[in-house]
Design a protein around this ligand. Sequence first.
Ligand code: XIL
Length: 344
Amino acid sequence: MRLVNLGLLACAAICSLQAQSLRSLAEQRGIRFGAAVAPSHFSETEYATVLAREFNQVEPENLMKFGLIHPGPTTYSFGPADSIVAFAQAHAMAVRGHTLVWHNQRPKWLTGGTFTPEQLFSILQEHIKTVVGHYAGKVYAWDVVNEAFETDGSLRKTMWSNSPGIGLEGTGYIEQALKWAHAADPKALLFYNDYNAETVNAKSDAIFKMAQDFKSRGVPLDGIGWQMHIGTKPQIAGMETNMKRITDLGLQVQITELDVKVSVDSSGAATPAGLELQAKVYHDIVALCVKNPHCTAIQTWGFTDRYSWIPHTSKGNGAALEFDVNYQPKPAYNAILEALKAPR
Ligand code: XIL
């Protein structure tokens, strides 16, 4: 009898723990909760355990980018990203692909070469066809084009747009990339992804205008990705307005690269007050997504402060994720759980 009781107690503890994971609560809400990952950490037991326990989506932080997956003109390196897909499949997680068309992290053969627009057209077509084709049925959503707009809403000048470009005017190259991706995997959801475009501003206005145009002409665009590498003063009301206009068009919104940086000392530690403020920001953003049925995924850019790009790019800042450097949940983690519990 005593043993049985103990067993029941143990089960109650474990079962409630499982019921409390980010992934189980997200599943109950019908959304995905993801993390950007690097397979070089999979051999670290705690990394793999927390990732599999807490998340139902992964995205390669770097390994599907042009420079890494297509390192030579006729060479593709699928192995590292394939190992992320294998991890995801073993743990019933969805995979987001990131990213097919971007001005950063391109291979040397591309940045160092001289190409005509006709040649670039063929290069990009072949790249998208090959990469999306390789992951057809395995990657459910792609960031097809990343960061194509400037802060003032103008189109960024890049190798793909007009310097020299693939030979198409304005947002024509984005449209073409979406069409190539759709042809390579008609079932994949296709996203345009950008930063500082989550609230209403010149950049998000330009993205919205493009989305309206694409939707009206049947261009295969399924959603807008909000990167959201942010600090502790998000404009929630503006985000809600922007999310509504996007989802009213029939598009999804996915929060794709969330991290909330705070000030840290020279050892990388944040203050307790900083972490509480950060928790509130995470709460409010997750709550915003949970409220709108067309906000279908929330993903953090990494999940442990042990491996985060923030300290490397933003001096004096860090501790931006929901688990600390020792894989312990932070106030942000509990705040996300609370927000995920709210009914839709
Ligand atoms: C970052 C990675 O986190 C870093 O490891 C890499 O050195 C540079 O790129 N927007 C994006 C991401 O779309 O791909 C970037 O990822 C962060 C900004």
